[in-house]
Design a protein around this ligand. Structure first.
Ligand code: UDP
Ligand code: MG
Length: 313
């Protein structure tokens, strides 16, 4: 029987501290897979790290089952995922963080669902966000609530990028050639039969998270813009609403003047109204500009990543 291959894609950005720990753990899992006649192949993607990440993964790649790609600069995790998926050629493909937040041991269970049951992909979601700042959890929960309401693409709360997929699913993801890649949405957009496994949140083994609050907020907005056009409808709706309000106000003023002969008064309220309405206008302009700017980046057709060196082709 042909030996099956699982490609493990590991995006790495300044992960010199966690990589040796990760490698040790994944090797243990590789041995367990070997007993099942499955080969675990590693593909490290160095996302323009400024520390010794590249040296470390080059050193790992002396092993014939370990490969690497290195970007010319930091292109972001989404780009690293895309590059990894494009270059992976296993029968099954998985994405894992280098910081052991995605427990490598879960791969065995995930593989079981794809192999013995009829699933095409297995995703992992956190049951709780223990160990995470409260404010971050609050906004994350809010994001999932909003996106569930305004997008047709389902985003599972707490879902991580950690997932095991059949080759066919990866090909579907790669067929989406957009520049603004929001993987959580893309995974769900392509469909296929998905099994969700739950686990307790694990904190990073070493090093620091690359995300701060601001970056997460921008990431959330990117997700909304990539997978919903509802904000544009909100802009239109606000426009119509304000036209109606002003129409009613005009009628009231005309009647008041005709019946009571009221002289026009109220400068302060007028100023407030002007400020309020121009605020709304700028807000709506901002919404359409957000879509315009994404379209602008999309039509330029710039590459999602640039490889400086690698041992795969
Ligand atoms: N990462 C990357 N490029 C970046 C930022 C992060 O390849 O620009 C990698 C990082 O090395 C890690 C994974 O993406 O393996 C997840 O990053 P992190 O642990 O900082 O995110 P968190 O788990 O806190 O969401
Ligand atoms: Mg992490």
């Amino acid at each position: 029987m042909k030996k099956e291959v699982i490609t493990v894609i590991v995006p790495c950005y300044n992960e010199e501290e966690s990589l040796p720990l990760f490698y040790e753990e994944i090797k243990k899992v590789a041995l367990e897979f070997k007993e099942k006649n499955v080969k675990l192949e590693l593909l490290f993607v160095d996302d323009g790290s400024k520390d010794h990440t590249l040296e470390i993964i080059k050193d790992f790649s002396k092993d014939k089952d370990v490969h690497y790609l290195s970007f010319s600069r930091n292109f972001g995790k989404e780009a690293a995922i895309y590059a990894g998926l494009s270059k992976a050629n296993g029968d099954y493909i998985t994405l894992m963080d280098a910081d052991l937040q995605d427990p490598p041991k879960m791969l065995l269970e995930m593989y079981h669902y794809l192999k013995d049951e009829d699933y095409d992909t297995v995703g992992v979601r956190r049951k709780t966000r223990k160990g995470e700042p409260i404010i971050r959890s609050f906004f994350a929960n809010m994001f999932y609530k909003i996106i569930a309401k305004i997008s047709k693409t389902e985003m599972v709360p707490g879902a991580r990028d950690f997932r095991l997929m059949k080759k066919q699913v990866v090909e579907a993801i790669l067929s989406l050639e957009e520049y603004n890649r929001y993987s959580k949405g893309l995974f769900s957009f392509v469909g296929f039969k998905t099994k969700w496994l739950e686990y307790e949140n694990v904190v990073r083994v070493a090093g620091k998270t690359k995300w701060n609050f601001w970056k997460l907020l921008v990431y959330a907005f990117d997700g909304i813009i990539a997978f919903s056009t509802a904000p544009l409808v909100i802009a239109t709706f606000l426009g119509i609403l304000f036209c109606l309000i002003s129409f009613i106000l005009i009628l009231i003023i005309i009647f008041k003047t005709l019946i009571f002969g009221d002289p026009v008064s109220g400068w302060p309220s007028l100023v407030c109204i002007i400020f309020f309405v121009s605020g709304i206008q700028l807000f709506c302009l901002g919404i359409s500009s957000a879509y315009l700017s994404k379209t602008y980046l999309e039509v330029k057709k710039r590459p999602v990543y640039i490889i400086k060196e690698s041992d795969v082709n």
